[in-house]
Design a protein around this ligand. Structure first.
Ligand code: C2E
Ligand code: CA
Ligand code: CA
Length: 870
């Protein structure tokens, strides 16, 4: 083989799309593609007939073997079916065609043979592998999962419809232009080399090479105006005879090309050029135009330089020209770059899409088009794929000359040289921004309600399914609300549709205002809306927000000059409590909504009776809570805090109790959240503080001790605008110092990034009031917060204390908390001490204070005094 021969010329890069899903078939297809590429390489190299024959034989033999294997698979599944017989036929025709191509080869021009083969094989690859084989493989897969033959076939047809057809078309057109274009590059390289060599050889040698190359040769004795040799009857002879005849009008050369060809030819005869090369169109006998490539050289001249003899070749390059025309006129942008990835050619579509002219693009690395949206790892991956498989394709954003960023569908192919290394890269892309815009618009129309811009019913279904999946994964729950407006029909009927529409838009606004960004609102149709409350952790939130929505919709709507009133009936169902699939949830919510309508409208109902009961109970309690303070139903209990070193009671925690006239003692765990939701906690909290401080000052006087009482303060109180001044003044009035009170807070407020809260905490510090961090270990337990907020006490949560045992994990945790706190200068209180063992373990670990049933339950002030008396 010569230096610049190509061993592997990848006209057909393996593409993932070829894969059928049946491994053995894919393996064989890959083998086949490999042989085709080798064949292509030899064709481009103008390899000797023997080599080519061997390859053709190999191809035929392999195809035979492969088809038999494949047919075995198909016949096992399709038996007598026509899909099988049709398929068998195409296999036979393939072998016939290969045999015919091989025979043709000897009496056709090489270019013709190459293009016959390229076009036949690309068609075969696309239609046969991409369509027929894949279709059958899909059916086989369906058959294997138990479908009937008929079902499997129609399923396969379904899967193959539409997108597959487009894919095949794309691949075909890409291959048509790509393979001919790359083939051109290779062929030209080989020919150029030959021509150069030829210049240095004798006439005989020159002729021999031409004959060897199988091109159509002419040998013109200019001196005697005689064609010495011409082995073909195609139109290039017309060109020579035209010239001889000196009758331009009768020339079959295309008018547009004639003058140029004549001038070049004349220049060469006169010795002004070393070589004559020209491409032009000639009229065929059948009336069509063909592109002809003519090359020639004067091989002898007389002493005055007059040309005596000229030899040359011609070939019909119509198909190649067409390919080049495609390159020039394709709407697909194409660029070819060299081994260093510097651009050596671009087509007009490239200029049209990117805005860069050929001159501007020439010699540049295609990365000058980058949009800057991808990091280097993205391109690294792309190039890894190109280096490994010779191919990459995907959607990518690039930048036009005018700065505009646009999406394109890009594929990059590699052309490999004789050493197996890269010779060229070929990039093909289309601008898909219009298509994308259209897709988005379609998507939007399909999923969005045009009036309110909320999700429509279809999108709602999707989102609901999604939320179910998500919640299952994360083990969380959500609420589904079904909202139906009351009296909407009346508005619509009396004021008209436009007013109705305006009302719906305003309703949407009001609903949106009440919910979080992450909640999903949809308009299911007419006057029906739905909301999915995601990540639900208390049903209280649902109650409150639903109530707020109902209140908001109850307020009058101003429609132009009319003021109208509507209201809403809401049904609520919970996932996973009530159901765990979309359709049942919807049905539940709908039923609950009807219940709300039946109960007199403008209210909400839960789907499950127990949920409904609980909601009603909460509502009643909230109502009762409103009056509790003025009716004197609250009482403060005190639980002693013991100094573990001395065994003395030096502190107490104030804990509120509610004596409900009907329910008896209600636990703060239950009513504090209600008080927080309704905002009543602010009043209640003030009362507890004052009550506890009043009691403290009494004990301070009575027992003459520096007593300290801690009061729990809810995050809601911190968020309120209420000032601390009042509390401090009250301490003054009582003759107490700020050291007599401690504020207990929970970690949740430390992580809130609200300056209002943090300011208040710091203000407390500055006033000299101590702060205790409650329930430590159950939340974020971050060291940095402890430092940042200068906490005085840390209360180890009772869940750690309850399971304290020598050598247990909780033992290690408690010890770690104590050591860590002490390092920061924070004292430690252990909560929930119920046994002597717990007490002594904690005490041994260096814990400062203890609180728990072991010492005393929380008790009324009078009982507490008895503890102090001891
Ligand atoms: P907390 O602040 O963690 O209060 C300690 C709770 O642990 C009290 O429950 C107390 O009775 C209980 N406890 C004490 N020793 C032991 C023990 O040895 N074993 C067990 N199992 N439990 C023990 P209580 O009084 O029911 O209060 C519950 C929660 O209600 C409090 O938890 C606090 O978060 C809240 N709370 C109570 N009073 C108020 C108040 O005035 N304002 C605010 N914002 N919240 C309050
Ligand atoms: Ca507490
Ligand atoms: Ca606690």
């Amino acid at each position: 083989m010569a230096d610049n021969d190509i061993i592997y010329f990848e006209i057909f890069p393996w593409n993932k799309n070829f894969e059928t899903g049946i491994d053995i078939i894919d393996e064989q297809h890959k083998q086949l593609v490999k042989i085709l590429n080798r064949l292509a390489a030899h064709l481009a190299n103008l390899s000797e007939a023997v080599v080519l024959n061997e390859l053709f034989d190999e191809l035929a033999a392999y195809a035979d073997y492969h088809f038999k294997t494949e047919e075995k698979i198909w016949s096992a599944h399709f038996k007598e079916d026509e899909w099988f017989s049709d398929h068998e036929e195409t296999h036979e025709s393939f072998i016939d065609k290969v045999v015919a191509l091989k025979e043709n080869k000897s009496h056709k021009s090489l270019d013709d043979v190459i293009y016959d083969i390229v076009s036949f094989l690309s068609q075969w690859l696309a239609y046969h592998i991409l369509d027929s084989d894949k279709r059958m493989a899909k059916a086989v897969i369906a058959l294997q999962s138990g479908s009937s033959l008929q079902d499997a076939k129609s399923q396969a047809n379904d899967e193959m419809s539409g997108s597959m057809k487009i894919l095949i078309q794309t691949v075909l057109s890409m291959y048509d232009s790509l393979s001919t274009r790359t083939l051109d590059l290779m062929r030209e390289k080989t020919l150029r080399k030959q021509a150069e060599t030829a210049l240095h050889h004798s006439e005989e040698r020159w002729k021999f090479i031409l004959e060897g190359g199988g091109e159509n040769i002419w040998d013109w004795d200019i001196e005697h105006d005689k064609l010495l040799f011409a082995d073909n009857n195609i139109p290039v002879l017309d060109f020579v005879t035209n010239h001889l005849a000196d009758n331009i009008d009768e020339s079959s050369i295309h008018k547009a090309d004639r003058e140029r060809v004549e001038a070049d030819f004349q220049a060469h005869l006169e010795g002004k050029t070393e070589f004559f090369t020209n491409k032009y169109r000639v009229l065929r006998k059948n009336g069509g135009w063909s592109w002809v490539l003519s090359r020639g050289k004067v091989v002898s001249r007389d002493e005055y330089g007059k040309a005596l003899r000229m030899v040359g070749t011609h070939s019909d390059i119509t198909e190649r020209e067409l390919a080049s025309l495609i390159y020039q006129n394709s709407s697909q942008a194409m660029l070819i770059s060299d081994i260093h990835n510097n651009i050596i050619s671009v087509n007009p579509a490239f200029t049209k899409i990117t805005g860069y002219t050929e001159d501007e693009a020439m010699g540049k690395n295609p990365k000058f088009l980058t949009s800057g949206q991808y990091d280097s790892s993205y391109y690294k991956q792309m190039w890894e794929s190109i280096n490994r498989t010779g191919y990459w394709s995907g959607e990518i954003y690039n930048k036009r000359k005018n700065g505009e960023i646009f999406p394109e569908n890009l594929s990059i192919n590699t052309v490999v040289n004789v050493f197996g290394s890269v010779d060229h890269y070929v990039g093909l892309f289309t601008d898909i921004s219009e298509k994308k815009k259209a897709d988005e618009l379609i998507l939007e129309h399909a999923n969005v309600d045009p009036l309110t811009k909320l999700h429509n019913r279809r999108m709602f279904q999707d989102r609901l399914e999604e939320e179910i999946k998500r919640s299952k994964r994360s083990n969380s729950s959500f609420a589904l609300l079904y909202i139906d407006l009351d009296h909407f029909k009346e508005v619509n009927d009396s004021l008209g549709h436009e007013a109705g529409d305006a009302l719906l838009v305003e309703v949407t606004q009001r609903i949106k205002y009440q919910v979080r960004e992450s909640d999903i609102i949809s308009r299911l149709g007419g006057d029906e809306f739905s909301i999915i409350f995601t990540d639900l952790n208390d049903s209280l939130r649902v109650d409150r927000i639903t109530q707020d929505i109902i209140e908001a919709l109850r307020k009058p709507f101003q429609l132009d000059v009319d003021q109208v009133y509507v209201s809403a009936s809401v049904g609520i169902t919970l996932f996973p409590n009530d159901a765990n699939d979309a359709s049942t949830l919807l049905k539940n919510a709908d039923q609950a909504m009807y219940l709300a309508k039946k109960s007199g409208r403008s209210c909400y109902r839960y789907f499950t009776p127990s949920m409904q009961e609980a909601a009603e109970k909460r509502q009643i309690l909230i109502n009762d809570l409103h009056g509790a303070l003025s009716l004197g139903q609250f009482q403060v209990y005190y639980q002693p805090i013991i100094n573990l070193n001395t065994g003395q009671i030096t502190k107490a925690e104030a804990l509120i109790r509610w004596n409900h006239p009907q329910r008896g003692l209600v636990s703060p765990d239950y009513f504090i959240p209600l008080a927080e939701e309704s905002g009543l906690i602010i009043e209640i909290g003030d009362w507890v503080f004052k009550e506890a401080m009043r009691q403290t000052s009494h004990w301070k006087q009575k027992y003459n001790i520096e007593f300290q009482t801690s009061v729990n303060k809810s995050p809601v109180q911190f968020r309120s605008a209420r000032k601390l001044d009042e509390w401090i003044e009250y301490l003054d009035e009582l003759g107490l110092s700020t050291k007599n009170g401690v504020i207990e807070i929970t970690e949740s407020i430390l992580i809130e990034d609200e300056s209002r809260i943090t300011d208040k905490l710091l203000q407390l510090r500055n006033l000299g009031m101590e702060v205790s961090l409650d329930d430590f270990g159950t939340g974020y337990s971050s060291l940095s917060y402890l430092k940042k907020f200068d906490i005085d006490y840390l209360k180890i949560d009772k869940s750690f204390v309850s399971s304290l045992e020598e050598g247990s994990q909780d033992m290690a945790l408690c010890e770690a908390m104590i050591v860590m706190a002490h390092k920061l200068g924070i004292r430690v209180i252990a909560e929930g001490i119920e046994t002597e063992v717990q007490k002594s373990l904690l005490s041994a670990m260096g814990c400062d204070y203890g609180q728990g049933y072991l010492f005393s339950r929380p008790v009324p002030a009078a009982d507490f005094e008895r503890l102090l008396d001891k």
